[in-house]
Design a protein around this ligand. Sequence first.
Ligand code: FAD
Ligand code: UDP
Length: 380
Amino acid sequence: MKFDYLIVGAGFSGCVMAERISSILGKRVLIVEQRNHIAGNAYDYFDENGVLVHKFGPHIFHTNSKKVWDYLSAYTEWIPYYHRVLGMLDGEMVPIPFNLNSLNILFPSTKAKAIENALLEQFKLGDKITILQLQNNKNKQLQNLADYIYEKVFHGYTVKQWGLRPEELDASVTGRVPILISRDNRYFQDKYQAMPKHGYTEMFRRMLKSPNIKLLLNTDYKEILADVQFNKLIFTGPIDMYFEYKFGQLPYRSLRFEFEFHNKEEFQEAGQINYPNEYEFTRITEFKKLTHQKNILGTTIAREYPEVYKKGINDPYYPVPKKEYREQYILYENEAQTIKDKVIFAGRLAEYKYYNMDQIVARALHLFEKEINTEKDNKE
Ligand code: FAD
Ligand code: UDP
């Protein structure tokens, strides 16, 4: 079998590049995916009760990039959706990210008002500050607030999720969930926020429709390497695996999902509830609330239990953002440079980077333009 490109992995990285290569360049692509489905970690499906669930945890689409939004909009219609997350703190359900409403729920009104005034003396409405910034604040009242938020929102959750304390990770990790100087209860403030109307998997199916794209599921790419001819490989799996761990295994975090069906209309108040301080799981997702699915009897939820990634036992979901692991990754990246004419490494696992879906799409579009579409220019 002869192809122009062999793509390893049918997630966002692999599928966006396959779509571009086939439709813009008219070239032949083979995608090899070890799982029994497309869409990578964004895979969703209807469970036995008819609820559209996300197999690998809640996936909420949000972006400020018009380019990414327009690109995906060619393959899906959207349902407007603003993600709201509540956190169980001191027995109260409060908005996460922590905002002025959370403050007013948790503290007596005079104290909440005084803290709010102290915040508004230094920051303006709509500002976002990281927990680290608040901890370094000179104002004693705000330092106390920082201690409270650190302890109740970040410490327990982060230790569960990563097996590390917040200060042991890159500041960008807790920086993903900043403190909001506002009453905006949404989890994200991006310009475009929505869910694909018919689900992520259907969106991927439409992306892969071209006759130039062939798909092989249930197959590790190594099984077929000797049987296919191709000019270039695009690898979206773990980079350390590609190089047979020659610089040691890169650490990833994994998750165990426990799905549960409940024979009632609603399970919880919000699509996602975080439990930083209680239980071994970090969060519970109620899927119907993410997709606005109607006319379903009952509701499906999933609890997420973080785990250490162990090869062959569970899946790698999160690279661990920490300086020493980044340095280990750079050894692999340098190795990748030496074969860049033959192999492109792209994606959350291949670049060992905590990318969101929209960043992955932007990255794949960029790599296509920079590394692949130029081949066409050279010929012309
Ligand atoms: P993946 O989706 O991981 O795809 C890589 C594929 O390669 C996999 O399907 C894998 O099976 C395959 N593969 C690996 N090795 C081989 C091999 N040897 N042979 C064949 N196939 C192979 N992003 C958001 O924007 N919003 C969210 O709300 C959000 N929530 C998330 C929640 C969780 C729990 C997780 C884990 C991630 C979340 N993300 C979210 C991030 C999002 O999942 C990723 O950004 C995106 O899926 C990465 O796409 P990818 O193609 O790089 O990798
Ligand atoms: N986080 C936290 N408490 C929360 C929510 C998030 O401590 O209630 C921290 C935690 O370290 C987490 C990180 O912020 O891993 C990023 O959270 P996000 O919701 O972006 O994680 P993801 O959806 O990628 O799992």
